[in-house]
Design a protein around this ligand. Structure first.
Ligand SMILES: Cc1ncc(C[n+]2csc(CCOP(=O)(O)OP(=O)(O)O)c2C)c(N)n1
Ligand SMILES: [Mg+2]
Length: 319
């Protein structure tokens, strides 16, 4: 991999981290209206490892915890933050918030507040691409808890039967709300379920961005070659609670500390420095660039107007 790819991967992980850390502070300071955004801090390597291998024509679907995925696919940070703050300049004119960010021009089909809701939609997107002969793959991110939803099984089955160019990325952050995945998952793993549908099932360290990237690229190539879907289970951890009101009483501070030791960004930087691929100065520069982008987005969102109440019935139906 070239140095420019490493720098881009690091840049993307840093902007996601800085965006969400700032968003969390703003939420606690009551500067963000509505319900608490779901943060993916700690999980950045999955979003970036996968999206780095995608092309503009490829599609992404995500979940209630989707800031990282949409940023990594190219979403505009100003419009994202404006949307989360309910402003007219946001992606959905302030009507949707954090869980409804979509950018049709970038083939970001959307986040989804329904657990498992994106999977059948991904089948539809994949089928549409196959039918139209588009050289595009569809990546569907979902959580570990979604692997126990009926739509997961229907979607994996149909995508496999029709050899659709879909890549299933399960972000196994160990918990669905307060419930550990071990209490709800039958069988040895989520990845093992791929065998039931005759597709490759790969389990990997989701805090190792290069491991994610290599596996995702193999899945992307396979899908582009018309060989059908792959299921990837990436083990990771959300550092914060499910939402801001979650006091995390269902897990120990020691467990959290152990996962923070495995910070995907810290580990990646350590490897890059060790192999002299980047310098400490370059890392510092990328940190600054990421923080500047977020501060600009905060300014943009703060200065943007709220929607005019007279437009409340606009955008209910698509044109
Ligand atoms: C169909 C459905 N059931 C329940 C909920 C409530 N709910 C929201 S997030 C969540 C947990 C999801 O866990 P997981 O899929 O592992 O994603 P994570 O939050 O860990 O990223 C639940 C149960 C929902 N939104 N939709
Ligand atoms: Mg989970």
């Amino acid at each position: 991999m070239k140095t420019k790819d490493h720098l881009e991967i690091l840049r993307q992980m840093l902007r996601i981290r800085h965006f969400e850390e700032n968003l969390y502070k703003m939420y606690l300071a009551k500067q963000v209206p509505g319900m608490s955004p779901h943060l993916s801090v700690g999980q950045e390597a999955v979003a970036v490892g996968v999206c780095h291998g995608l092309k503009a024509q490829d599609y992404v679907l995500t979940t209630h915890r989707g800031h990282g995925h949409v940023l990594a696919k190219g979403a505009n940070m100003n419009r994202m933050l404006a949307e989360i703050m309910g402003k007219e300049t946001g992606y959905c004119h302030g009507r949707g918030g954090s869980m409804h960010i979509a950018d049709v021009k970038l083939n970001i089909v959307g986040a989804n507040g329904i657990v498992g809701g994106g999977l059948p939609i991904a089948v539809g997107v994949g089928l549409s691409c196959q039918y139209q002969g588009k050289n595009a793959v569809t990546v569907c991110f979902f959580g570990d808890a979604a692997a126990n939803i009926g739509a997961f099984h229907e979607s994996l089955n149909m995508a496999a039967v029709m050899k659709l160019p879909v890549i299933w990325i399960c972000e196994n952050n160990q918990y669905g709300l307060s419930t550990h995945i071990k209490r709800t998952l039958a069988g040895e793993s989520i990845a093992a379920r791929g065998a039931a549908y005759g597709i490759p099932g790969v389990r990997l360290d989701g805090n190792d961005v290069l491991a994610v990237h290599v596996a995702a690229n193999a899945a992307i190539e396979r899908a582009r070659a018309g060989q059908g879907p792959t299921l990837i289970e990436a083990d990771t951890y959300r550092w914060y609670g499910h939402g801001a009101s979650d006091n995390r009483s269902y897990r120990t501070r020691e467990e959290e500390a152990a996962w923070k030791e495995r910070c995907p960004i810290k580990r990646y930087v350590a490897g890059l420095l060790n192999e002299k691929i980047v310098t400490q100065e370059q890392v510092g520069q990328l940190e600054k660039v990421a923080e500047r982008e977020v501060q600009e987005a905060i300014k943009f969102a703060n200065e943007s107007p709220l929607p005019d109440p007279a437009t409340v019935t606009d955008y209910i139906f698509s044109a």
